[in-house]
Design a protein around this ligand. Structure first.
Ligand SMILES: [Zn+2]
Length: 302
């Protein structure tokens, strides 16, 4: 299957922000500032990342009436759907050489054997889908926050741990728009493991305090509705309540959601049927993380 990014219609957000969806997998973004053509995430195949860069540069040239400002790439985090197209921008194979920004943790992930094994396995399973994907760490790694002054718009990269450690979101204070990476998601963000639920909720609370006018996440219906942050917080509150009410439930049970009276089907508002397996897994992870908090084993692991 050849999956190339498709420009999505703008549903009322700032026109300098372009959203590109690749199949039903992920949405990535380009921001057309005066100084930089910023790409937020690089997809998961060489062809996908090349097409993303081509379309973004074409749109930037049109927007600026001539030449496109140079590319600048941001990785929100190191997961496959966000960073496996980095080789198009950095390293010896770069078709569109550009600085790639990411956190130190993102860079560490893209150098580690575990992620290399994941790439190998996924390429073996779906060679066409992941054609040309490779692990290339950001060329500029940072810790904490970073500001990118685009001349007419400033992007703030803010820490947003929870889904994975070392994730950042992109916040534009002047227009109060938030590119939320995988920190916010419909119907729920994916908590990697028991110790990460606390970070996830703290991140969502911090994002809510920003009071964004538009929230665009990488796995979302992409209507820009900022209420998604509150919906995610409400979800985790219910998960924690369910875990507290059933503190002796077996976290390993595959039917855990039924044991704690929070079955996945009740949360499936507008979730496409083909995504149910994935999000049921996300729901079980969240419940296990909440139970680990109650049972006093919530401090460790992924
Ligand atoms: Zn993702």
């Amino acid at each position: 299957m050849r999956e190339l990014p498709l420009l999505l219609p703008n549903k009322g957000w700032d026109p300098r922000i372009l959203a590109f969806r690749s199949a039903d997998v992920v949405t990535v973004f380009a921001i057309l500032t005066r100084r930089w053509t910023i790409l937020v995430d690089t997809l998961y195949s060489r062809a996908g990342a090349v097409e993303l860069a081509r379309q973004a540069l074409q749109a930037a040239a049109l927007c600026h009436g001539g030449e496109a400002p140079p590319l600048l790439v941001v990785n929100t985090h190191a997961d496959w759907d966000h960073a496996w197209g980095n080789q198009v921008f950095a390293g010896p194979e770069a078709a569109f050489p550009a600085p790639v920004l990411g956190t130190r943790e993102c860079a560490r992930r893209l150098r580690q054997a575990e992620d290399a094994l994941e790439l190998e396995a996924m390429q073996a399973g779906e060679p066409q889908r992941f054609a040309g994907a490779s692990l290339v760490p950001p060329s500029l790694a940072f810790e904490g926050t970073l500001e990118i002054d685009g001349g007419d718009l400033v992007a703030h990269l803010l820490p947003a741990p929870g889904h994975v450690p070392g994730q950042v979101v992109v916040w534009f204070p002047e227009i109060r728009h938030l590119l939320a990476g995988d920190a916010v998601e419909h119907p729920m963000p994916f908590v990697q493991g028991p110790g990460h639920l606390k970070d996830m909720v703290a991140t969502l609370e911090a994002l809510r305090r920003l009071a964004p006018l538009r929230v665009l996440a990488c796995h979302d219906r992409l209507d820009g509705d900022p209420c998604l942050i509150q919906k995610n917080l409400d979800y985790f509150r219910r998960v924690r309540e369910a875990a507290r009410a059933h503190g002796d439930a077996d976290p390993k049970s595959p039917e855990l959601d039924r044991l704690v009276d929070l079955p996945f089907e009740k949360l499936c508002d507008e979730v496409p049927r083909e995504a149910w397996d994935f999000y049921r897994g996300a729901h079980l992870k969240a419940l296990r993380a909440a139970l680990a908090e109650v049972q006093g084993s919530g401090g460790q692991g992924r």
